[in-house]
Ligand binder design. Structure first.
Ligand SMILES: Nc1nc2c(c(=O)[nH]1)N[C@H]1C(S)=C(S)[C@@H](COP(=O)(O)O)O[C@H]1N2
Ligand SMILES: [Mo]
Length: 329
């Protein structure tokens, strides 16, 4: 490969971590005290305090026998699969801290039992245990690319079930326009949630047409095994044509509604992170280019593709929609 001279926009990830910069900027603007400014840093640095908490083991995993699930060979990659050891130790999960190194902290999350609420505009609202849901759903393995808005990427074998299978169970009404998905709220185990300047709990959303797209996947596993906690166990969303922040982890609530959900990152920085967040190399983030991406586990940068390469499957979702650049932010 070509060794490129770093360009101005080729920020290391720690510089590209959007929200850190966003908050320090905002605090400067509002003239907050040095103490307030030090709080996010202290939270990142308090690893030892977090690590000393007991790790919640939960019960045995009754879904273990479902893995590995059969691979659906329709989903192909243009690059090697990222090594498990790399993908499983380089994570974004702000509930457990703002660094990429939170995989140990995330083990504190108790994931059994785990109740999921299905509510809003559905035939009949219900609650269901994650294990029970997983047993009802048709598990398969899919190879997908993942592109974070911070300009790094990976390619991994997710195990999960199509959102369409979940929709068939949830039975949304025709009046539903959006699907809102929400992460757990448990500040006692997730120290990030003690940081009141974030709009916890983490919320994401899709239009019903996006939710019903064949690529939209609810993930329960990776690398032929149940999902590790740091990657969003017991259940997360994966929408591979959108920036990674759309792929909300550890879901406890699905709500069908008429209003567009106010998402976590939109609430934090509306000029930088929007509802649509479709991958587009031509629309730069306000603070860096999106034209290339660093492939985890390599020294390579590769060109970023429109819709992360999934245009044939999803571009038609957006034709005729007058949402301009917001489509890509
Ligand atoms: N609840 C929750 N979900 C989340 C996040 C988060 O901080 N909290 N980070 C998002 C971002 S920015 C990315 S890139 C992916 C990272 O998924 P991974 O750690 O499995 O690679 O999760 C997304 N889902
Ligand atoms: Mo991300």
């Amino acid at each position: 490969m070509l060794i490129q001279k770093p360009k101005r926009w080729e920020l290391p990830d720690r510089m590209a971590t959007p929200e850190e910069l966003f908050f320090s900027r905002r605090q400067l603007v509002t003239g907050a005290s040095a103490l307030a400014l030090s709080l996010p840093l202290a939270a990142c640095g308090s690893k030892s305090a977090v690590a000393s908490k007991p790790v919640a083991m939960g019960g045995a995993n009754p879904t273990l026998k479902l893995y590995p699930a059969k691979r659906d060979t329709a989903f192909k990659l243009d690059r090697p699969i990222t090594k498990a050891q790399i993908a499983e130790t380089y994570n974004n999960y702000y509930e457990f801290g703002t660094s990429k190194d939170i995989w140990q902290q995330a083990q504190a999350l108790p994931i059994r039992p785990w109740e999921i609420s299905v509510e809003g505009l559905v035939e009949k609202p219900f609650k269901i245990g994650a294990d029970e849901l997983i047993f009802k759903m048709p598990l398969e393995e899919r190879l997908y690319r993942h592109r974070c808005v911070e300009a790094w990427s990976m390619a991994v074998p997710w195990t999960g079930f199509p959102m369409t299978a979940f929709l068939a169970l949830a039975k949304p009404l025709a009046s539903a326009k959006y699907l809102m998905m929400q992460t757990f709220m448990m500040p006692s185990v997730a120290p990030g949630q003690d940081q009141p300047w974030y709009p916890w709990p983490y919320v994401e959303g899709l239009t019903m047409a996006e939710a019903a797209n064949e690529l939209t996947f609810l993930v329960t596993g990776i690398y032929g095994k149940p999902l590790p906690k740091q990657m969003g166990a017991p259940l997360r969303l994966v929408v591979p044509w959108k920036y990674g922040f759309k792929s909300v982890k550890a879901i406890v609530r699905f709500r069908f509604q008429t209003e567009q959900p106010k998402t976590f990152w939109e609430a934090v920085g509306p000029d930088e992170y929007g509802f649509w967040a479709n991958v587009n190399p031509k629309v730069p983030h306000p603070r860096w280019s999106q034209e290339t991406e660093r492939v985890l586990g390599t020294d390579e940068r590769v060109p970023t593709q429109i819709f992360n390469g999934y245009g044939p499957e999803v571009a038609s979702l957006y034709t005729g929609m007058n949402i301009g650049n917001k489509l890509y932010r």
